[in-house]
Design a protein around this ligand. Structure first.
Ligand SMILES: [Zn+2]
Length: 243
Protein backbone atom coordinates (compact mmCIF):
# COMPACT_ATOMS: atom_id res chain seq x y z
CA UNK A 1 0.00 0.00 0.00
CA UNK A 2 2.51 2.57 -1.06
CA UNK A 3 2.45 5.58 -3.30
CA UNK A 4 3.57 4.36 -6.74
CA UNK A 5 5.01 1.35 -4.90
CA UNK A 6 7.85 3.42 -3.45
CA UNK A 7 8.84 3.90 0.16
CA UNK A 8 10.04 7.29 1.37
CA UNK A 9 13.67 6.19 1.49
CA UNK A 10 13.52 5.38 -2.22
CA UNK A 11 12.60 8.92 -3.19
CA UNK A 12 14.63 10.92 -0.71
CA UNK A 13 18.22 11.47 0.26
CA UNK A 14 17.36 14.85 1.79
CA UNK A 15 14.08 15.48 3.60
CA UNK A 16 12.62 18.68 5.08
CA UNK A 17 9.54 18.37 7.31
CA UNK A 18 7.66 21.62 7.93
CA UNK A 19 5.24 21.89 10.86
CA UNK A 20 3.17 24.88 11.91
CA UNK A 21 3.94 24.20 15.59
CA UNK A 22 6.74 22.34 17.36
CA UNK A 23 5.42 18.77 17.92
CA UNK A 24 3.20 18.60 14.77
CA UNK A 25 5.90 16.96 12.65
CA UNK A 26 7.23 14.60 15.31
CA UNK A 27 3.74 13.35 16.20
CA UNK A 28 2.51 12.84 12.64
CA UNK A 29 5.64 11.71 10.78
CA UNK A 30 8.28 10.96 13.45
CA UNK A 31 8.29 7.22 12.79
CA UNK A 32 8.97 7.79 9.10
CA UNK A 33 11.63 10.43 9.77
CA UNK A 34 13.47 8.00 12.10
CA UNK A 35 13.23 5.31 9.42
CA UNK A 36 14.57 7.65 6.73
CA UNK A 37 17.47 8.67 8.98
CA UNK A 38 18.37 5.02 9.65
CA UNK A 39 18.51 4.47 5.90
CA UNK A 40 20.86 7.40 5.37
CA UNK A 41 18.65 10.40 4.53
CA UNK A 42 19.51 13.84 5.93
CA UNK A 43 16.52 15.14 7.90
CA UNK A 44 15.67 18.74 8.76
CA UNK A 45 12.61 19.57 10.86
CA UNK A 46 11.36 23.15 10.44
CA UNK A 47 8.99 24.49 13.08
CA UNK A 48 7.28 27.62 11.77
CA UNK A 49 6.15 28.56 15.28
CA UNK A 50 6.91 27.00 18.64
CA UNK A 51 3.21 26.51 19.38
CA UNK A 52 3.62 28.51 22.56
CA UNK A 53 -0.12 29.16 22.96
CA UNK A 54 -1.08 25.46 23.08
CA UNK A 55 -1.07 25.46 26.86
CA UNK A 56 -4.08 25.26 29.18
CA UNK A 57 -3.00 27.86 31.75
CA UNK A 58 -2.89 31.48 30.63
CA UNK A 59 0.07 33.76 31.29
CA UNK A 60 2.78 31.18 30.62
CA UNK A 61 3.24 31.76 26.91
CA UNK A 62 6.78 33.17 27.07
CA UNK A 63 8.09 30.52 29.45
CA UNK A 64 6.37 27.79 27.49
CA UNK A 65 8.03 28.97 24.24
CA UNK A 66 11.45 28.50 25.86
CA UNK A 67 10.43 25.07 27.16
CA UNK A 68 9.18 24.00 23.73
CA UNK A 69 12.37 25.11 22.03
CA UNK A 70 14.36 22.79 24.32
CA UNK A 71 11.86 19.98 23.79
CA UNK A 72 12.07 20.45 19.99
CA UNK A 73 15.85 20.11 20.10
CA UNK A 74 15.70 16.94 22.23
CA UNK A 75 12.99 15.42 20.05
CA UNK A 76 14.94 16.12 16.84
CA UNK A 77 18.09 14.59 18.32
CA UNK A 78 16.16 11.38 19.15
CA UNK A 79 15.13 11.20 15.47
CA UNK A 80 18.62 12.08 14.21
CA UNK A 81 17.29 15.30 12.66
CA UNK A 82 18.52 18.89 12.52
CA UNK A 83 15.97 21.41 13.74
CA UNK A 84 15.22 24.96 12.55
CA UNK A 85 12.72 27.28 14.22
CA UNK A 86 11.34 30.14 12.10
CA UNK A 87 9.89 31.79 15.24
CA UNK A 88 6.71 33.21 13.81
CA UNK A 89 4.05 33.87 16.44
CA UNK A 90 1.74 30.95 17.32
CA UNK A 91 -1.82 31.50 15.95
CA UNK A 92 -0.45 34.36 13.78
CA UNK A 93 1.54 32.46 11.15
CA UNK A 94 1.47 34.82 8.13
CA UNK A 95 0.30 33.62 4.72
CA UNK A 96 2.06 36.19 2.55
CA UNK A 97 4.75 36.39 -0.14
CA UNK A 98 7.45 37.46 2.31
CA UNK A 99 6.99 34.28 4.35
CA UNK A 100 6.71 32.21 1.14
CA UNK A 101 10.04 33.62 -0.05
CA UNK A 102 11.58 32.70 3.33
CA UNK A 103 10.44 29.10 2.68
CA UNK A 104 11.78 29.35 -0.90
CA UNK A 105 15.21 30.40 0.46
CA UNK A 106 15.22 27.51 2.92
CA UNK A 107 14.33 25.01 0.17
CA UNK A 108 17.09 26.39 -2.09
CA UNK A 109 19.55 26.09 0.80
CA UNK A 110 18.58 22.58 1.98
CA UNK A 111 17.71 21.13 -1.49
CA UNK A 112 15.31 18.41 -0.29
CA UNK A 113 13.93 15.70 -2.59
CA UNK A 114 11.00 15.05 -0.29
CA UNK A 115 9.09 17.63 1.76
CA UNK A 116 6.41 17.05 4.39
CA UNK A 117 3.86 19.65 5.42
CA UNK A 118 0.25 20.06 6.52
CA UNK A 119 -2.70 18.90 4.44
CA UNK A 120 -4.82 21.91 3.41
CA UNK A 121 -8.07 20.60 4.93
CA UNK A 122 -7.49 21.98 8.40
CA UNK A 123 -9.58 23.85 10.92
CA UNK A 124 -6.37 25.39 12.32
CA UNK A 125 -5.47 28.65 10.57
CA UNK A 126 -1.72 28.15 11.14
CA UNK A 127 -1.90 24.71 9.52
CA UNK A 128 -3.69 26.13 6.44
CA UNK A 129 -1.08 28.89 6.31
CA UNK A 130 1.78 26.35 6.58
CA UNK A 131 0.32 24.39 3.65
CA UNK A 132 0.17 27.55 1.51
CA UNK A 133 3.65 28.70 2.55
CA UNK A 134 5.25 25.38 1.65
CA UNK A 135 3.38 24.74 -1.63
CA UNK A 136 3.96 28.30 -2.86
CA UNK A 137 7.49 28.20 -1.42
CA UNK A 138 8.12 25.15 -3.66
CA UNK A 139 6.73 27.12 -6.62
CA UNK A 140 9.01 30.11 -5.94
CA UNK A 141 12.00 27.84 -5.29
CA UNK A 142 11.60 26.10 -8.66
CA UNK A 143 11.30 29.26 -10.75
CA UNK A 144 14.73 30.49 -11.95
CA UNK A 145 13.12 33.89 -12.58
CA UNK A 146 12.57 34.31 -8.83
CA UNK A 147 16.07 35.63 -8.22
CA UNK A 148 17.38 35.08 -4.71
CA UNK A 149 20.80 34.38 -3.19
CA UNK A 150 20.75 30.71 -4.28
CA UNK A 151 19.79 29.07 -7.61
CA UNK A 152 16.43 27.40 -8.31
CA UNK A 153 15.67 24.03 -6.75
CA UNK A 154 12.71 21.75 -7.50
CA UNK A 155 11.38 19.46 -4.80
CA UNK A 156 10.41 16.04 -6.23
CA UNK A 157 7.54 15.17 -3.91
CA UNK A 158 5.46 16.74 -1.13
CA UNK A 159 3.65 14.48 1.31
CA UNK A 160 1.02 15.52 3.85
CA UNK A 161 1.08 13.58 7.15
CA UNK A 162 -2.15 12.69 8.96
CA UNK A 163 -2.84 15.30 11.65
CA UNK A 164 -5.93 15.30 13.90
CA UNK A 165 -6.37 19.02 13.20
CA UNK A 166 -6.28 18.51 9.40
CA UNK A 167 -9.09 15.98 8.81
CA UNK A 168 -11.15 17.64 6.04
CA UNK A 169 -11.11 15.32 3.00
CA UNK A 170 -7.98 13.56 4.26
CA UNK A 171 -7.84 10.13 2.61
CA UNK A 172 -4.61 8.15 3.03
CA UNK A 173 -2.82 7.58 -0.27
CA UNK A 174 0.47 6.25 1.03
CA UNK A 175 1.36 4.13 4.05
CA UNK A 176 4.80 3.76 5.61
CA UNK A 177 5.57 0.83 7.89
CA UNK A 178 7.06 2.29 11.11
CA UNK A 179 7.12 -0.94 13.16
CA UNK A 180 10.94 -0.87 13.43
CA UNK A 181 11.07 2.76 14.58
CA UNK A 182 7.92 2.80 16.72
CA UNK A 183 9.77 2.98 20.07
CA UNK A 184 12.08 5.70 18.78
CA UNK A 185 9.03 7.66 17.62
CA UNK A 186 7.45 7.38 21.09
CA UNK A 187 10.66 8.66 22.66
CA UNK A 188 10.68 11.62 20.25
CA UNK A 189 7.05 12.46 21.11
CA UNK A 190 7.74 12.07 24.83
CA UNK A 191 10.48 14.72 24.63
CA UNK A 192 7.48 17.08 24.77
CA UNK A 193 5.51 17.62 27.99
CA UNK A 194 2.53 17.99 25.63
CA UNK A 195 2.70 14.22 25.07
CA UNK A 196 3.74 13.15 28.58
CA UNK A 197 1.38 15.37 30.57
CA UNK A 198 -2.14 16.64 30.08
CA UNK A 199 -1.05 20.14 29.04
CA UNK A 200 -3.52 20.62 26.21
CA UNK A 201 -7.18 19.92 25.59
CA UNK A 202 -6.45 16.89 23.38
CA UNK A 203 -4.94 13.47 24.28
CA UNK A 204 -2.24 13.58 21.60
CA UNK A 205 -0.32 10.47 22.59
CA UNK A 206 -3.43 8.28 22.77
CA UNK A 207 -4.64 9.54 19.41
CA UNK A 208 -1.39 9.12 17.48
CA UNK A 209 -0.41 5.75 18.95
CA UNK A 210 -3.92 4.38 18.28
CA UNK A 211 -3.88 5.81 14.77
CA UNK A 212 -0.51 4.18 14.04
CA UNK A 213 -2.03 0.81 14.95
CA UNK A 214 -5.15 1.47 12.83
CA UNK A 215 -3.04 2.45 9.81
CA UNK A 216 -0.84 -0.58 10.50
CA UNK A 217 -3.90 -2.86 10.36
CA UNK A 218 -4.88 -1.37 7.00
CA UNK A 219 -1.35 -1.71 5.61
CA UNK A 220 -0.86 -5.26 6.92
CA UNK A 221 1.96 -4.34 9.32
CA UNK A 222 2.16 -3.65 13.06
CA UNK A 223 2.39 0.15 12.95
CA UNK A 224 2.16 2.63 10.07
CA UNK A 225 1.86 6.35 9.38
CA UNK A 226 -0.32 7.53 6.48
CA UNK A 227 0.07 10.40 4.03
CA UNK A 228 -1.63 12.19 1.19
CA UNK A 229 0.64 13.26 -1.66
CA UNK A 230 0.82 16.43 -3.78
CA UNK A 231 -0.44 15.98 -7.36
CA UNK A 232 2.34 14.43 -9.50
CA UNK A 233 1.52 16.81 -12.40
CA UNK A 234 2.14 19.86 -10.22
CA UNK A 235 5.47 18.50 -9.00
CA UNK A 236 6.51 17.56 -12.56
CA UNK A 237 5.81 21.10 -13.76
CA UNK A 238 7.89 22.55 -10.92
CA UNK A 239 10.73 20.22 -11.97
CA UNK A 240 10.45 21.42 -15.56
CA UNK A 241 10.72 25.04 -14.38
CA UNK A 242 13.99 24.39 -12.57
CA UNK A 243 15.76 22.62 -15.44
ZN1 LIG B 1 -0.18 22.51 14.99
Amino acid sequence: MTHRGKEACEVASRVVAFGAHAFDVEATAGGVLAKLRRRGSEITIVHMTLGERGYRAGGRTGAYAGQKKGEAERSASVLGATVRVLEYEDTHLPDDDEAKLAVCDLLRELRPDLVFTHWQGSWHKDHRAAHALVMDGCFFAALPGVQRARPAWAVSEVWFPENWEDPVDFRPQHYEDISDTYEQWLEAMDAYALARENLAAFPYRDFYTSLARVRGCQAGVRYAQAFMVAEPLRMRIYNQFAK
